[in-house]
Design a protein around this ligand. Structure first.
Ligand SMILES: N[C@@H](CCC(=O)N[C@@H](CS)C(=O)NCC(=O)O)C(=O)O
Ligand SMILES: [Fe+2]
Length: 345
């Protein structure tokens, strides 16, 4: 009898191009799942049951922006322990892992490697020569850094000092691939990754990442708050008041209660051209610098031009535990102007 083998099953979600991984120690029958997708819960549970896997862990590499996790549901149904990096900011965690911390899966050890950058709570997991890199390192790419407290400098440091130091033959299994590729190696990525390979400097990487101009993931406003609660107990109305529009804001604004803020998160240029009188300008993308100030208000009303940016800032702040923001999600300043309400310049 040879040495027991770690079995890895790579599963795919066509909708979000997400890879879910099932890890199995064939000798003990113990297993772990990484980044399961809520819509594919039945598929994954069927495999787990057919193979007779005792699922010890459901592991998340980060709070995803593009799909809702099945981890909460899996935890409820089979009692698997929920595992995240300790900086994920997600409350329903059984095992928050610090950088370098390990959990045992049969004969194998799974090691958490803190790799912030794509989000501030991203963690990669290393097991038996395999790296589950989440969205930190993708095949010939890397995660974007323009939401959920992403930071290109941090991402560069995570990849170069935490992942590229692993041995060249480490197999890289990412959380996504949009081009049908399934795995890579650290050696390959050091050589061929167009964002990081060769002699690209940290500053060049930052400039590149700050100018990607990608569309927002289609489901970000739904997925991020849901994933903060690991896909269970999710009530979209708690976060998104679909019916609250600029006319409702006008009603509130006329007799604004004490300690209430009207927040305009458009650019300073747009704000200067005309805004709701008394509103404060905190542009989208800088809200993380104002968490304490915003938390100090009893109630915050947030608007932008169309509602899209308001939703994005709100989900960013939901991640920080702020739940007192009323988001005007499907209208904005042009609607206020059209209605003939007062405008301050
Ligand atoms: N079009 C996709 C968005 C995909 C996306 O933005 N993916 C994130 C990971 S959550 C990313 O980092 N992508 C890197 C890239 O596209 O280069 C969707 O709507 O869901
Ligand atoms: Fe992601």
């Amino acid at each position: 009898m040879g040495v027991p083998q770690l079995t890895i099953k790579q599963l795919f979600d066509r909708e979000s191009c997400t890879y879910t991984y099932l890890l199995l120690d064939g000798e003990t029958g113990e297993g772990a799942i990484i980044d399961p997708v809520l819509e594919l819960y039945e598929r994954d549970m069927q495999i787990i049951n057919e193979l007779g896997i005792e699922l010890l862990y459901t592991i998340e590499t980060h709070a995803h922006a593009d799909h809702i996790t099945a981890s909460g549901k899996i935890r409820q149904s089979v009692g698997a322990k929920l595992v995240f990096g300790e900086n994920s900011g997600i409350p329903a965690i059984d095992l928050p892992l610090a950088d370098g911390a390990c959990i045992q899966l049969g004969h194998y050890s799974i090691r958490a490697i803190s790799t912030p950058g794509h989000t501030n709570g991203c963690t990669s997991f290393f097991c038996d020569g395999n790296l589950f890199s989440g969205d930190t390192l993708l095949i010939r790419g890397c995660g974007r850094t323009d939401f959920q407290f992403g930071d290109p400098g941090e991402l560069y440091d995570s990849i170069t000092t935490k992942l590229f130091v692993l041995s060249d033959d480490t197999i890289v299994f990412p959380a996504h691939d949009y081009n049908g590729r399934t795995s890579s190696t650290i050696g390959e990525e050091k050589m061929w990754n167009p964002r990081l390979g060769g002699n690209r400097s940290r500053q060049e990487f930052i400039d590149l990442m700050n100018n990607l101009n990608l569309d927002m993931p289609k489901r970000i406003n739904e997925a991020v708050p849901a994933n903060m609660e690991v896909g269970i107990r999710f009530d979209p109305n708690r976060y998104l008041l679909r019916d609250f529009d600029m006319n409702d804001l006008y009603q509130v604004w006329q007799e604004l209660p004490d300690n209430t803020l009207v927040w305009d998160n458009r650019t300073p240029e747009e704000y200067a051209r005309g805004h709701v009188p008394g509103s404060r300008n905190i542009p989208m993308g800088t809200e993380n610098e104002h968490v304490e100030t915003l938390a100090g208000y009893d109630q915050v009303y947030l608007y932008c031009r169309s509602g899209r940016r308001a939703q994005t800032s709100m989900t960013n702040l939901n991640l920080q535990g702020l739940n007192h923001i009323v988001c005007i999600s499907h209208s904005g300043m042009p609607d206020w102007e059209k209605a003939g309400y007062p405008v301050e310049v």
